[in-house]
Design a protein around this ligand. Sequence first.
Ligand code: UD1
Ligand code: MG
Length: 473
Amino acid sequence: MTVVVLLAAGRGVRMRSERPKVLHEAAGRPLLDRVLDTALAVAGQAAAVMVVTSKEDSSKEGGTVAAYLRANHPRVGIALQDPPRGTGDAVRAAAATGALRKAKTVVVLSGDVPLLSVEAVQGLVDALTKDKKAAVAVLTAKLADPTGYGRIVRDKRKSFVRIREEKDSSNGERKICEINTGTYAFDRVFLEKALPLLTSKNSLSEFYLTDVLSLALKARRKVVTVSGDPSSALGVNSRADLARVDSILRGRAAEAAMAAGATLLRPETITLDDGVILGTDVVVEPFATLLGKTTVGAGSRIGQGTVIRDAVLGRGVTVRPYCVIESAVVGDAAVVGPFARLREGTDLAEGVHVGNFVETKKAVLGKGVKANHLTYLGDTEIGERTNVGAGVITCNYDGFAKNRTTIGRDVFVGSDAQLVAPITIGDGAIIAAGTTVTEDVPKDALALARVPQTNLPEGGARYRERKSGGKKT
Ligand code: UD1
Ligand code: MG
């Protein structure tokens, strides 16, 4: 049986953040979730233990790693390391919970190495089990710039000697480009014997897990090194590292979307979270941003500069440039924008048109409804085929509470009408332009509330003369 230990108790000081490092996001998901995916694929939930510290301040941004785990991954075991005193000490904390007891092999992953593949970890486990003398298999990578990583020191015959942390290394050792990815498979029996022997005699006064590998050689056991692909080794220690990982993941999301039949125009300018799903023949114009759990149906077009988060768009939808769409549902063949804002709880049925400078919130619009210009629709339900004229406002807030506006089907709401909620407008009603509606309007009625107009003959000319002091204009 294989148990996976995930290390996530480090302080992450190089991030300079209030938020725990492993809760920082790349392409829309916390780093921790990515490593967990790999761990669970290798071992299953019951056999995964995450090492965290309770010394975090829960009032800080993002909360604690332990709280995040309990809320999102309740079956993953938690081992507390208080205070964090190095990666070796972290594995000791996991062993102290008894979680390793039944394991033949213990896989150790770092919470801050998010691009690691399941195959790479599986390869390590295989390499360890194949070689009877091996006490540990470690995943290494050759990097053009190895700065910050522990280096793999080898002797003249290229045999593994030790891992040297950058801070403890000589100038010569710093030139070594082969690095430790922080991913290991250990023979559990050996690991449990070696952990108590670790010391903290190094520049950081920490207990290094990497010293277990030297202890293996001392015990006349073998250390197997497996060379992995450089990108899967990327560790996140700083914001710059996080940006690199984020960009790799978004690049992969774009490649996957194109492989699945979407056209991305100038893909390097498009931002996709990797949970976003695009149907076939979707076209995404430059500088669009699609985030969270967004899905876009086949044949839809997403206009330039549009931002969409957690929204479900149907088939054949046209989103013209520069819209902001969040937590909304957009039906088939709907047309949105340019410059429209669909907020949470917006639900547009098939063929709805929402045009420029229209804002919707908790607004359910029936089939074929049109609201094409300069309108606010909040806390409202609108029946099929109703036309909402330019500048119409649902006055949903009275300073204390939000109130609902219900509009029937085939209604014509004239331009610049204000609908003072709570209010109901019956099917087929007509609201005259400029009307402030304060009373419910019955079915098929015409609502008109305007001050009667007076035209004063020559009044305009007389006004101009007065203002200009008698001079003809
Ligand atoms: C570590 C390795 C280094 C390797 C690199 C790969 C050691 C001593 N060094 O260095 O050889 O090249 O990873 O990315 O292992 N953690 C704890 N408790 C602690 C300290 C750390 O749980 O007391 C966790 C961190 O949260 C992190 C992981 O262990 O997820 C690695 O710790 P980090 O401080 O990032 O080590 P590196 O300096 O990156
Ligand atoms: Mg690290």
